[in-house]
Design a protein around this ligand. Structure first.
Ligand code: BTN
Length: 323
């Protein structure tokens, strides 16, 4: 009912709606509407009640509440079951537990804050309260394990499209898992996989977007390399709208990939890449070397031309773009 009420308020676009009308639209008593309004006020919503006019939503708290997302979500599966946390260690850890517990594809875990947010290569992910978008999606793809890395490339395209749609900012994808604005990182993606025998049991796609992060609180070395949507726009972004848009793009791209493969995803990823055509430094667990990024192959690997002219496929690791 809470979600239905929010939907009515959003549809009214700040105009008054009478208690009787809300009650009839929601199929509940006027008293039930009043009680729900009171509970929303307790959560930080500002709702005006004026005799003979009704109710009017004046302000919503900046929270990723499930009913907020549910009121604007357009997907069929992704985000239809939401686990919301004010604070959690890591949404990826939690989503992996849901994967092990057999929860269905499409479940998501969101948090206002992570106290042990994780990045790639054992790094941590700075996750201050209500400033970012910290979300993990549970997937059960019918792929072989070696296909899973392509989900990173798919997720990057979904985030790029969502940022463009909601903020009007055109970010670039730094292979394989970063999104950048003006060469600075604004989003990171951490894909983790659970296996049974040699089949994929579940995949967790963890996405961290520096949405409303105040960059001045970042340590100096991070601030040099990172930015936030808020910083670039000069105003805060609507994190609920961003998440809804992200899930919608993700579902469309994922369904397409399940239907007829990753060709479109790879094509979009190439087009949005900040890495292709650039001289890069490749850092793997074993060694470090330089070359020019020339393409992304059908497996999602980065093809790099080394200085001796040979082309090498990089399947994982970290790249940095040279000046
Ligand atoms: C990276 O760039 O190193 C990947 C960062 C991924 C961060 C996200 S935030 C939501 C999810 N939960 C985590 O602990 N990590 C991912």
């Amino acid at each position: 009912m809470r979600q239905a009420l929010i939907k009515q308020f959003l549809a009214a676009e700040g105009r008054y709606v009478s208690g009787a009308e809300l009650a009839s639209r929601l199929g509940v008593s006027r008293n039930a509407v009043w009680k729900q309004v009171e509970s929303l006020r307790d959560l930080g919503y500002s709702i005006e009640a004026v005799p003979r006019k009704g109710y009017r939503l004046v302000e919503r708290p900046d929270r990723l509440y499930p009913w907020e997302l549910g009121a604007v979500l357009t997907t069929e599966r992704f985000g239809r079951h939401i686990e919301y946390h004010e604070s959690i260690g890591s949404t990826n850890e939690r989503a992996k537990a849901l994967g092990v517990a057999g929860k269905p594809e499409g479940c998501i875990v969101v948090a206002e804050e992570q106290t042990a947010g994780r990045g790639r290569l054992g790094r941590s992910w700075i996750s201050p309260f209500a400033e970012g978008l910290f979300v993990s999606l549970l997937l059960r793809p019918p792929f072989r394990p070696w296909e899973a890395p392509k989900l990173t490339l798919l997720s990057a395209v979904a985030v790029q499209r969502a940022i463009s749609e909601v903020c009007g900012l055109e970010s670039k994808i730094k292979w394989p898992n970063d999104l950048e604005l003006r060469g600075k990182k604004v989003c990171g993606i951490l894909v983790e996989m659970g296996m049974e025998m040699d089949a994929v049991s579940y995949v967790v796609v963890g996405i961290g977007i520096n949405a409303n992060l105040r960059v001045d609180v970042l340590p100096d070395d991070v601030r040099e390399r990172a930015t936030s949507l808020r910083h670039e726009l000069g105003r805060p972004v609507d994190r609920v709208a961003l998440l809804a848009s992200l899930l919608s793009y993700f579902e469309r791209l994922y369904d397409q990939a399940l239907g007829d493969g990753f060709r479109t995803v790879l094509e979009l990823n190439r087009r949005l890449s900040s890495t292709l055509g650039r001289r890069i430094r490749v850092l793997t667990a074993r060694d470090e070397w330089e070359g020019v990024a020339v393409d992304i192959d059908h497996n999602g690997a980065l093809l790099v031309r080394r200085d001796d002219g040979s082309v090498q496929a990089v399947h994982s690791g970290e790249v940095s773009i040279r000046a």
